[in-house]
Design a protein around this ligand. Structure first.
Ligand SMILES: *Cc1c(COP(=O)(O)O)cnc(C)c1O
Length: 361
């Protein structure tokens, strides 16, 4: 059977080469007589896997020994809580830029952790259809938290924002992690659920600057304390071993692809097919966000009616294109075009959009 064109928002498409390699390794990993899933996380073979995955994260983002890479359970959602618990220290205020549902959840967890929160900017006034270009810090900011790609609303930060040196910059990059070159050294902490761009579900990748650990809360519950995981190389408890192995394969695929510059070019080409179809449709398809803030990863659009949207989604499915339904909170359509989505899939969708409009426009 042919594989479908998979526009799922997450868990999402993985590179075919990675799936084939995992398949070949699954029964008997490199002649060891067992699979990665069945290995002790304390074995030297597994240590080599996690060490290489860790090193690849740093290599791809150009980071040195001043950074730690962690692989943690609980997805990005647990990071919403761990960040304020660890870094919103006494007398300081956690600053957030609110660009949609995921930012709101991050803010909500900071409040639940009992921390004072300041919303430094928000795009809620226009239903999160843009990225704020200015923001106002509170007094004594503990950090600034941003969501670099808004998976549900379809906006993306095009810059790595400048903040004063005294304010740590923290970013939820779940849905555009490793999708383009960034100035990673501007960030003090980056986190991302693996299941959008770098692997299957089950793991958050966290990159943190070691200096951030010098200014954090103490006496935290063991599993919620970043120091626990730093001091134990992400192996305080059993890590999500198979997911980390898969992330390693995806990162190798990114490097073989030519690194983030090439990945970005491919992502731009894919998104262009689909945005061009929207822009050439004379309003049949309506993009839902400001053009300058359009995401390369999650392309959101509406059709003239909900009936047409449902018809579009079901006919696309019959044509081998799945995952085009918008998030349940916002409706409409969404095409997620993560790294591993092949260029021909985006082309096929743009063709389908033109055909569908001709028949129904
Ligand atoms: C998917 C997503 C999350 C949630 O990730 P989990 O790993 O499911 O907790 C958080 N933030 C953003 C931007 C996302 O896209």
């Amino acid at each position: 059977m042919e594989r479908v064109h998979n526009f799922n928002a997450g868990p999402a498409v993985l590179p075919e080469e990675v799936l084939r390699e995992a398949q070949a390794d699954l029964f008997n990993y490199k002649g060891m007589g067992l699979s990665v899933m069945e290995m002790s996380h304390r074995s030297k073979e597994y240590q080599a896997i996690i060490d290489e995955t860790n090193a690849a994260v740093k290599r791809i983002y150009g980071l040195d020994e001043n950074y730690e890479v962690l692989f943690l359970h609980g997805g990005a959602s647990l990071q919403f809580l761990m960040v304020p618990m660890n870094f919103a220290t006494q007398g300081k205020i956690a600053n957030y830029i609110n660009t949609g549902q995921w930012s709101k959840k991050a803010i909500s967890e900071a409040k639940k952790a009992g921390k004072p929160v300041h919303v430094a900017a928000t795009s809620e006034d226009r239903n999160f259809s843009y990225i704020p270009k200015t923001w106002i810090f509170s007094e004594h900011p503990a950090y600034l938290h941003i969501t670099t790609n808004n998976t549900i609303f379809g906006t993306e930060w095009k810059i790595d924002p400048d903040v004063p040196k005294s304010v740590p910059l923290i970013a939820d990059m779940s849905s555009n992690f490793m999708s383009k070159p960034i100035d990673a050294r501007k960030y003090d902490l980056i986190y991302a659920g693996a299941q959008k761009n770098v692997g299957p579900a089950g793991c958050a990748v966290v990159i943190l600057k070691k200096s951030l650990l010098e200014q954090m809360n103490t006496n935290l519950p063991t599993m919620l304390d970043y120091n626990t995981h730093v001091n134990n190389g992400s192996m305080y408890n059993t890590p999500p071993t198979f997911t980390i192995y898969m992330i390693g394969l995806v990162l190798k695929w990114i490097e073989d692809f030519g690194g983030l510059k090439m990945i970005e070019q491919n992502n731009i080409a894919k998104a262009k097919y689909i945005y061009d179809a929207i822009d050439a449709s004379n309003g049949f398809y309506k993009g839902t966000v400001d053009k300058e803030d359009r995401s390369l990863m999650n392309i959101t659009f509406r059709l003239p009616s909900e009936d047409l949207e449902n018809q579009f989604i079901s006919e696309a499915k019959k044509n081998g294109m799945i995952g085009l339904k918008g998030h349940r909170d916002v409706g409409g359509c969404r095409a997620s075009t993560y790294n591993a989505l092949p260029l021909p899939a985006a082309h096929a969708l743009s063709q389908f959009m033109v055909d569908f409009q001709q028949k129904n426009g």
